[in-house]
Design a protein around this ligand. Sequence first.
Ligand code: CMC
Length: 429
Amino acid sequence: MTGTIADVSFGGKSVELPTRSGTIGPDVIDIGTLYKNTGAFTYDPGFTSTASCESKITYIDGDEGVLLHRGYPIEQLAEHGDFLEVCYLLLYGELPTKTQKDDFDYRVTHHTMVHEQMSRFFTGFRRDAHPMAVMCGCVGALSAFYHDSTDITDPHQRMVASLRMIAKMPTIAAMAYKYHIGQPFVYPKNDLDYASNFLRMCFAVPCEDYVVNPVLARAMDRIFILHADHEQNASTSTVRLAGSSGANPFACIAAGIACLWGPAHGGANEAALNMLAEIGSVERIPEYVAKAKDKNDPFRLMGFGHRVYKNYDPRARIMQKTTHEVLGELGIKDDPMLEVAMELERIALTDEYFIEKKLYPNIDFYSGITLKALGFPTTMFTVLFALARTVGWIAQWNEMIEDPEQRIGRPRQLYIGEPKRDYLPVSKR
Ligand code: CMC
């Protein structure tokens, strides 16, 4: 919706810029004509004040700690829904009816196998390769295996590519894990739900039966729900930017995985758990809190702070509950890491530095402890994030492709290098 006009004057020229309002959230000033009328660009490294697109998928109110998918609060989705239902919601905009849900579950389930030749692709990696490196390679390679779903102008092919990625990501993630630990790959099993199937592909071995624990499967499913989408974060923006050039969907998702790997983004859950292990005991917490507050020390408390949430991350609350359910089910009573985590959270929530800077625990703070209890090594944490976020990336990618205003993303810059100068032959330098 176009609203009022913002007047901007620069360099003796003035321009009237239209503002636009969404259904909720801050209005935006449409600066599309600014350069043409004033000769100036805007400057916003880190995009702290810049909306890069219109979207109907996810809404976050960071001050209030609100996260909505297609309007539904994350708390309700995590409590009552399952991951594939959330996938359907993100992709299609509405919760599915029973028939639609059954059909969607069936289609995802029947796309979970990967081309057999892909298993040989894995063996090209060193056994000690980080599974995220394997994920970047293997997901990018899907475009070399599934030529019939790379035409982005064909809605049917886009839908097939979307289902393929949601379905195959757990299989590829489990294969990356199995390859890493030297165990045979476990094929998907169609009578299991999405999360149970994934746990089985990760933890079953051919020499014994594997019975999925429903409490742990529910926890896994909830972790997937909590990571499914988070509007225009770094990896999602990467997927959109990659897709804006017309790149195929598998290549775009591989780009998102690469971006997610960084410790300031998806790598934070691995970093948070490593940090809790390094702290080791409650007595050492003050030392680390002091380091985090010291301006001359680059150390940060991993799992704290968020670019958008300046309140408790709503996902962290649900994750904290899930952590306790998993530890309870597994009979882990006095986990020293959980003890450190709880005390660290308590101190950070009462410490002036963290209060003033609005640094609350984020989802990664608790997800690492839960994933460790489920049996995953830290190197797999970001892989699981990538698996769950795939649907968000795909929904956002589809939305972008279908947007009639979509153009290639091409930011500008403030050039601070040398002005024009003449080449000197080497003898004169
Ligand atoms: N520990 C100590 N101080 C911190 C922390 C922290 N975790 N996070 C931010 N600060 C301080 C920072 O030093 C700065 O202080 P000052 O204003 O005095 O210079 C102030 O808070 C603002 O920080 P910023 O770096 O300008 O904030 P940002 O919005 O650019 O960064 C962040 C957000 C998430 C990258 C950052 O808080 C961080 O590095 N946190 C630790 C890593 C982490 O947990 N990341 C997961 C994010 S949630 C999942 C996801 O999105 O993938």
